[in-house]
Ligand binder design. Structure first.
Ligand SMILES: [Zn+2]
Ligand SMILES: [Zn+2]
Length: 174
């Protein structure tokens, strides 16, 4: 199946400094996201500018996608629209290890869009920063139905989990 984001760049390749805009709405199914967070049947908004350099084409602009998942503590359904700014390089002769390939006079934005959209949707969101989650003993949703179980057990558990998360976040950014 042909990529719905295959762009003819013959004009761009002729002269450095040339610009072309790509504004499209592509059905999410075209990307094979294989990720339950991307809403089935939704459209991915692609608003990009392609700019010819002497050694490639730089692509910048924004991508938007509808996402849906659950609060990681209380499992409430959450949804939203992710927007991500991208700046990527395409090259016929790859000299930048992060560059995407140009094949002939075509540039395929599909894989780049797919990767950036997946990075932009939340991984394990909370319905609110202080979501109390579910009671580990009786399963009650503590936000709407406080239970009479001992609270100390639960609070210690979240504190341990949050400390773990903080460690992961720190080591991830180093
Ligand atoms: Zn929640
Ligand atoms: Zn309980």
């Amino acid at each position: 199946m042909a990529s719905p984001l295959l762009i003819n760049i013959a004009e761009l390749l002729r002269r450095a400094g040339s610009i072309r805009d790509v504004d499209r709405q592509i059905d999410a199914s075209e990307f094979d996201f294989a990720d339950s967070r991307i809403v089935d049947g939704s459209k991915i908004d692609v608003a990009l500018t392609l700019e010819a350099l002497t050694d490639g084409i730089v692509v910048h602009g924004t991508l938007q996608a509808d996402w849906r998942c659950e609060c990681r503590r209380c499992l409430r359904p959450l949804s939203g629209r992710a927007e991500v700014e991208v700046q990527e390089l395409y090259q016929a002769v790859i000299s930048d290890p992060d560059a995407y390939p140009i094949t002939g006079e075509q540039l395929d934005l599909l894989e780049m869009t797919r990767e950036n959209v997946l990075l932009s949707v939340p991984l394990a969101p909370l319905c609110r920063a202080d979501c109390p989650g579910l009671c580990p003993q009786c399963g009650a949703d503590l936000q709407s139905a406080p239970c009479s179980c001992s609270r100390e057990v639960r609070d210690e558990r979240w504190a341990a989990l949050d400390a773990l998360k903080a460690d992961e976040t720190q080591s991830g950014t180093e």
